[in-house]
Design a protein. Structure first.
Length: 466
C-alpha cells in the first residue's frame, strides 16, 4: 500500500487505546503517521519496542510490526505536538476525557492539545490544518476547540491562519478494535466545510473501498460515510453509546420482570431480537455493563443534557438499573447461602468483558467489594486481569485456574464469560462441583445452559432465567 499518491501525512495525539488503534490502522491503510505521547514511560516503550503494545488489543502488535517492516516513516513516535503539526496535514485528537466529579467529561487535555497545536500552527506559519476530534467529547467541544485555537492565533498575531475542526467519533470496542476500525458499518464525519469532507474521504478511502488486506472476515457491504455538521457528529457518539447501554438496561429490567413472572429472559430477548426494528444485539441480560465507556459516557451525557437545559431522566435510569444488577447478584448469593459472612465465594472473571485485561468499571470489582463488605471471603480467577485496584488486591485471594478458584468454595459467581469457562467439559465441571463446599453456581452472564449445570449437580442460578 505504501508509496501510493493517495497517502497522507497524518498525526495522532495520544497513544491510548483509540490513538494506537487509529494510528496503526491508518498506517496499515497506507498513510504516514506521527504519534504524539507525553507520558515519558509509554513513549520510551513505543520508541524502543514499538511492537510491544502498552495496551492489550488482539492483532495490534502484529499490525504495528507489519507497518514498521513495510518501510521507515510509516509510523513514528514523538512527545512534541509541534512535530506533528509540522509533519502532517491533520491531527486526530485521541487524548483521554476522564470523568469529573459530577459525571461530566474532563476536557482539560483536549483544551491543552488545541492550544499547543495552535502555537505550533503559528510557529510553522501553517494554514489549513485540520484538527479531528476522535476522543469521546461532549457536544459543542468542536466549538470550544475552535475558540481556543482562534484565541491563540489572535494573541500571537496570526488570526489569518485558516484551520478546520472535524468531529470523527470512534466506534471501537475493546477486543475487536482493529476489525471495528477497518470494517466499520459507518464512518461519521462532522465537518465545518467541504474541505473537511474531502480530507476525511481521502483519509478513509482505503477503508471505504476495502482496498487493503488484513485477516478476518471482510463484510460484503462497504461502510457508509455519513457527513454532518460538527455538533450532530458529536451527538451521534453520545446517542449511540447511551442507546446501547439502554438496550442492556432494558433487558436487565425485563430479566427482573421475568424472575417475578416465571418467564425466561433469554426467550424474551430472542423474541424481541427477531424484529429487525429491534435487532438481537446488546440484549444479553446479566450483571450489567461495565468498561471505561458506557458508565462514563452515559453519566457525562446526562450531565451535559442537564447543562443544556434538558433533564434526560431516562439516562439516570439506565445507570440505576445497571447498579441494581450488581446488587442483585449479591442478593442472590445471600439468598442461596443464607449468611455471606464467613462463606467463600469463587469469582470467575474480573475484566469488564472477555478478551481484554481492562478492569475499569468492571462489575466484578463492585460485586467483590460488596461481598467483602458483608464478610465473605473472595477467591478470584481471571485469564488476563492484572492486579486489582482500590486496595482489593490485598483482600482477594487469586487462584491460578477456574477449578482451583472453586475448590472448597460455597458458591461460584461467573461475572465475565471468558471462552475458557464456557469451554469447560462436563467432566471438568463435574470435578469442580465435586470439590465445592456448596455447589451454588450464579451465572451472572446467563452464559451456561441451566439444564446442563443442574444435571451436573450444581444449584444453578441465572439472571431472569428459569
Ligand atoms: C463500547 C461500544 O460498544 C463501542 O461501540 C464504543 O466505541 C466504545 O464503547 C467506546 O465508546 O469507546 P466497549 O466498552 O469496548 O465498547 O464494550 P462493549 O462490547 O460494548 O461492552 C460493554 C459492556 O456491556 C460489557 O461490560 C459487556 O459485558 C456489557 N454487555 C454488552 C451486556 O451486559 N449485555 C450485552 O448484551 C452486551
Amino acid at each position: 500500500m505504501k508509496g501510493q499518491d493517495s497517502s497522507l501525512a497524518l498525526s495522532v495525539i495520544g497513544a491510548g487505546h483509540v490513538g494506537l488503534v487509529t494510528a496503526a490502522c491508518l498506517a496499515h491503510a497506507g498513510h504516514h503517521l506521527v504519534v504524539v505521547e507525553n507520558d515519558p514511560g509509554r513513549l520510551e516503550m513505543l520508541r524502543q519496542h514499538p511492537t510491544r503494545m502498552p495496551i492489550h488489543e488482539p492483532g495490534l502488535a502484529e499490525m504495528v510490526e507489519r507497518v514498521m517492516r513495510a518501510g521507515p516513516g510509516s509510523l513514528r513516535f514523538t512527545d512534541r505536538i509541534p512535530d506533528a503539526v509540522a509533519d502532517s496535514e491533520a491531527a486526530f485528537i485521541c487524548v483521554g476525557t476522564p470523568q469529573g466529579e459530577r459525571g461530566e467529561a474532563n476536557l482539560y487535555y483536549v483544551e491543552r492539545v488545541a492550544a499547543e497545536a495552535a502555537d505550533a500552527l503559528v510557529e510553522n506559519g501553517r494554514p489549513d490544518f485540520v484538527l479531528i476530534e476522535k476522543s469521546t467529547v461532549p457536544v459543542r467541544t468542536g466549538e470550544a476547540v475552535r475558540r481556543t485555537v482562534e484565541r491563540v492565533l489572535a494573541r500571537r498575531g496570526r488570526p489569518d491562519l485558516r484551520f478546520e475542526v472535524v468531529s470523527n467519533p470512534e466506534f471501537l470496542s475493546e477486543g475487536t478494535a482493529l476489525k471495528d476500525f477497518l470494517f466499520p458499518d459507518r464512518i461519521v464525519a462532522g465537518v465545518e466545510s467541504p474541505r473537511g469532507e474531502v480530507l476525511l474521504r481521502r483519509i478513509y478511502e482505503p477503508v471505504l473501498s476495502g482496498r487493503f488486506d488484513w485477516t478476518g472476515t471482510r463484510p460484503s457491504k462497504h461502510p457508509v460515510l455519513l457527513v454532518t455538521d460538527v455538533q450532530s457528529a458529536e451527538l451521534i457518539k453520545h446517542a449511540s453509546n447511551s442507546f446501547l447501554a439502554l438496550k442492556i438496561s432494558y433487558i436487565n429490567a425485563m430479566a427482573n420482570v421475568c424472575e417475578r413472572s416465571g418467564a425466561d429472559v433469554r426467550e424474551v430477548a430472542r423474541g424481541m431480537g427477531l424484529d429487525p426494528r429491534i435487532g438481537p444485539s446488546f440484549l444479553r441480560a446479566g450483571v450489567g455493563f461495565g468498561g471505561y465507556c458506557f458508565p462514563k459516557d452515559v453519566a457525562a451525557f446526562r450531565r451535559l443534557s442537564e447543562e443544556l437545559g434538558y433533564r434526560f431522566d431516562l439516562l439516570g435510569q439506565i445507570l440505576e438499573i445497571n447498579d441494581g444488577q450488581r446488587r442483585l447478584a449479591v442478593e442472590k448469593l445471600r439468598k442461596a447461602l443464607w449468611n455471606l459472612r464467613g462463606k467463600t465465594v469463587a469469582v470467575w472473571g474480573l475484566t469488564f468483558k472477555p478478551e481484554t485485561e481492562d478492569l475499569r468499571g468492571s462489575p466484578s470489582l463492585e460485586i467483590i467489594g460488596r461481598l467483602l463488605d458483608e464478610g465473605a471471603r473472595v477467591r478470584a480467577y481471571d485469564p488476563a486481569a492484572g492486579p486489582l485496584p482500590n486496595g482489593l488486591e490485598e483482600r482477594v485471594a487469586r487462584a491460578a485456574s477456574a477449578a482451583e478458584c472453586a475448590h472448597g468454595a460455597d458458591a461460584i459467581v461467573l461475572v465475565t464469560e471468558w471462552p475458557e469457562f464456557l469451554g469447560l467439559t462436563d467432566e471438568e465441571l463435574k470435578a469442580v462441583q465435586a470439590r465445592m463446599n456448596y455447589p451454588v453456581f450464579l451465572d451472572g452472564r446467563n452464559a451456561f445452559d441451566p439444564a446442563r449445570l443442574r444435571s451436573l449437580g450444581f444449584e444453578y442460578l441465572g439472571i431472569g432465567v428459569r
